[in-house]
Write a protein that binds this ligand. Structure first.
Ligand code: IMP
Length: 185
């Protein structure tokens, strides 16, 4: 597969995790989550925008009572690298006190964004806060983040597709692909 460049030059896409592998992982994670939350109705917290595809598939695989809300995170600074100062652009609208929260993330990279979000939610009086991430890139981790439910560990490569973007492109790809080329981190 190849793709035309976002900002000039040539980019290459290579499938890293196929749609079939993703579907199997979503089913596996749903079994684990359903087992752990069978007595409570969790509040799933989707982290926009990257987690939207994963969250939609996970929710349908779960087939259990739950509620949903979303947060949108951003980093101070520009570019695709996390600047180290995450902030919440759009917070939760749902009451959190006493709820069992399951944060659903696309990828944990440095861990700075997720760590900030978990601390923020924990301070709001939730009964529990756990994390479900489709991908983890441990080679780049700067802070410790407990991932209770994990789809895949990925190498230190920039990945797109299945909701993940580069400069807002490639979210539509059904597979998780490595993106290479000029301007790609
Ligand atoms: P962290 O704070 O470094 O863990 O980065 C978290 C966010 O950076 C993720 O939620 C993604 O939006 C983005 N990100 C990190 N690595 C990648 C990647 O390989 N592809 C696409 N987005 C990424």
């Amino acid at each position: 597969m190849s793709a035309s460049i976002v900002a000039g030059g040539e980019t290459r896409l290579q499938v890293l995790i196929s749609r079939q592998q993703i579907a199997a992982a979503v089913e596996r994670l749903a079994v684990e989550v359903r087992r752990d939350y069978r007595d409570v109705s969790p509040l799933l917290v989707g982290v926009l925008r990257g987690a939207f595809v994963f969250l939609a598939d996970l929710v349908r695989a779960l087939e259990m009572p739950l509620t949903l809300d979303f947060v949108r995170m951003a980093s101070y600074g520009t570019g695709t690298e996390t600047s180290g100062k995450p902030r919440i652009v759009h917070g939760l609208r749902s009451p959190v006190k006493g709820r069992h929260l399951l944060v659903v993330e696309d990828i944990v990279d440095t861990g700075l964004t997720t760590r900030f979000l978990l601390d923020y939610l924990g301070a709001k009086g939730a009964a529990s806060v756990k994390l479900c991430a489709l991908l983890s890139k441990p080679a780049r981790r700067q802070v410790d983040v407990p991932i209770h439910y994990l789809g895949f560990t990925v190498p230190d490569r920039f990945v797109v597709g299945y909701g993940l973007d580069f400069a807002q492109q490639y979210r539509y790809l059904p597979d998780v692909c490595v993106l290479e080329g000029a301007g790609v981190p």
